[in-house]
Design a protein. Structure first.
Ligand SMILES: [Zn+2]
Length: 79
Protein backbone atom coordinates (compact mmCIF):
# COMPACT_ATOMS: atom_id res chain seq x y z
CA UNK A 1 0.00 0.00 0.00
CA UNK A 2 1.41 3.34 -1.03
CA UNK A 3 0.57 6.75 0.40
CA UNK A 4 1.27 9.90 -1.59
CA UNK A 5 1.20 13.48 -0.33
CA UNK A 6 1.39 16.25 -2.96
CA UNK A 7 2.26 13.53 -5.54
CA UNK A 8 5.32 12.50 -3.47
CA UNK A 9 5.62 8.99 -2.10
CA UNK A 10 5.56 9.32 1.68
CA UNK A 11 4.70 5.85 2.97
CA UNK A 12 4.84 2.21 1.83
CA UNK A 13 3.22 -0.51 3.93
CA UNK A 14 3.34 -4.28 3.35
CA UNK A 15 -0.23 -5.31 2.51
CA UNK A 16 0.29 -8.72 4.13
CA UNK A 17 1.84 -7.94 7.55
CA UNK A 18 1.57 -4.15 7.90
CA UNK A 19 5.31 -3.52 8.11
CA UNK A 20 6.36 0.03 7.30
CA UNK A 21 8.87 0.00 4.45
CA UNK A 22 11.65 2.57 4.79
CA UNK A 23 10.98 5.59 2.54
CA UNK A 24 13.32 8.58 2.39
CA UNK A 25 12.59 11.54 0.09
CA UNK A 26 10.22 9.41 -2.03
CA UNK A 27 12.90 6.72 -2.42
CA UNK A 28 12.17 3.22 -1.12
CA UNK A 29 15.25 2.15 0.82
CA UNK A 30 14.59 -1.55 1.37
CA UNK A 31 13.41 -4.52 -0.62
CA UNK A 32 9.72 -4.47 -1.52
CA UNK A 33 7.70 -6.35 -4.11
CA UNK A 34 5.22 -4.12 -5.93
CA UNK A 35 2.43 -5.67 -7.98
CA UNK A 36 0.28 -3.70 -10.42
CA UNK A 37 -2.04 -5.85 -12.48
CA UNK A 38 -4.89 -5.03 -14.83
CA UNK A 39 -7.36 -7.90 -15.10
CA UNK A 40 -8.43 -8.67 -18.61
CA UNK A 41 -11.46 -9.77 -20.55
CA UNK A 42 -11.12 -13.50 -19.83
CA UNK A 43 -11.07 -13.02 -16.06
CA UNK A 44 -14.00 -12.44 -13.72
CA UNK A 45 -12.42 -9.10 -12.78
CA UNK A 46 -12.33 -7.49 -16.22
CA UNK A 47 -11.62 -3.75 -16.01
CA UNK A 48 -10.17 -3.94 -12.50
CA UNK A 49 -6.60 -2.91 -11.63
CA UNK A 50 -5.04 -4.34 -8.47
CA UNK A 51 -1.94 -3.01 -6.73
CA UNK A 52 -0.19 -4.15 -3.56
CA UNK A 53 3.19 -4.19 -1.85
CA UNK A 54 4.89 -7.03 -0.01
CA UNK A 55 7.91 -6.71 2.27
CA UNK A 56 10.78 -9.04 1.43
CA UNK A 57 9.94 -11.44 4.29
CA UNK A 58 6.30 -11.85 3.20
CA UNK A 59 7.37 -12.20 -0.43
CA UNK A 60 9.69 -15.07 0.56
CA UNK A 61 7.04 -16.75 2.76
CA UNK A 62 4.36 -16.56 0.04
CA UNK A 63 6.52 -17.61 -2.91
CA UNK A 64 8.04 -20.52 -0.92
CA UNK A 65 4.52 -22.01 -0.69
CA UNK A 66 4.24 -22.19 -4.48
CA UNK A 67 4.11 -25.72 -5.88
CA UNK A 68 6.78 -24.79 -8.41
CA UNK A 69 9.75 -22.55 -7.63
CA UNK A 70 9.63 -19.09 -9.16
CA UNK A 71 11.97 -18.30 -12.03
CA UNK A 72 14.89 -16.13 -11.03
CA UNK A 73 17.88 -14.80 -12.88
CA UNK A 74 20.64 -12.38 -12.01
CA UNK A 75 20.88 -8.96 -13.58
CA UNK A 76 23.35 -6.11 -13.44
CA UNK A 77 21.99 -2.91 -11.95
CA UNK A 78 23.15 0.20 -13.77
CA UNK A 79 23.88 3.00 -11.31
ZN1 LIG B 1 5.17 -8.15 5.15
Amino acid sequence: MRVYKDKKLTKVVCNNCGKNIKVNNSTIEEGVFFADYKWGYFSKKDGREDTFDLCEKCYDEITEKFLYKINTKNYTELL
